[in-house]
Design a protein around this ligand. Sequence first.
Ligand code: SIN
Length: 357
Amino acid sequence: MKTFKLFRHALLLVLVIGLTNISFAQNKDLPHVVILATGGTIAGTAEGSNQAGYTAGQLGINTMIDAAPGIKELANITGEQISNVGSQDMSIDIWLKLAKKANELLASDDVDGIVITHGTDTQEETAYFLSLVVDSNKPIVTTGAMRPATALSAEGPLNLYNAVAVAASPKSKGHGVTVVMNDQIHAAHDVTKLNTTAVQSFMSPIEGQIGSVIYGDIEYFRKPYSTHTTKSVFSVKGVKSLPRVDIIYAYADMPADFVTSSIKKGAKGIVIAGVGNGNMNAATLKEVKKATDKGIVVVRSTRVPLGDVLRNAEVNDDEYKTIVSDELNPAKARVLLMLTLLKDRSLNEIQEIFFNY
Ligand code: SIN
């Protein structure tokens, strides 16, 4: 019995090591791409192949690579399992770990690009965060899947194949962090998930996609417009946590006490997912003014998927000491505000950052 237990433990250990670190035979003529796996539907499984319910983050990186025929002809691939979570459980701790890892790997002459496999729910937040804190002009590509690995017509293997092709290509240098999904290449700043279940879910509704990748064949249409990676002023070197920033969703007749309770819970910044052009009712605006008078930074974003939030249009931002998110949706505005608050900055500086990043 004891021998059997020992054998079982040894087997488990071998499996875990197999899931966490992989490297294949090297061909010196190929670029070197590192895949950092974090979980999500791309690594998800279900009992049947035609059901909507499934569990995200079940497969290890090895299994995902094996499901993408031809991928090892694009690059020498090594891989590491960073986490294996559904991306609703993506955390600041994992972001900091990913940023550290990506900065270390890309500083090495031996690494040409990185692919991060991720759940689609918060993929745009992770991609945007990394685009602000990774200091490299080498490609960093995030990808995922809308259908679990066991589904009929699972699209994860082709997304992974295309993501590795983009990360391995010298054409991708200087494009910052991109999101590769369903044959399209999107800039981290621009992209958002727009459909809960459809394969064509990721779009850049304001700026448009920056390129396409069809079975590994890449075409870029433009470079991202916003500031990123090597030009970014942000760094999380030595940072162990980020200041709390809450998002408050605005709606008709909303109670104003969300703002006060958020501050009581320790928020240093608040993003309002406003109605229309970043608006909120008069009662909430009054609480916002009390908050900004106390030094809490309040950013007006919008729950509307298209269009910029304009400064001093319907709300007098100068008077209320509020910042406008410009093009950033509430989730990305929160990411940028957390990083902005790592240092003391004037409201003017913060506003300039929101106009440029
Ligand atoms: C998740 O975000 O982890 C679940 C949904 C998905 O990956 O599509």
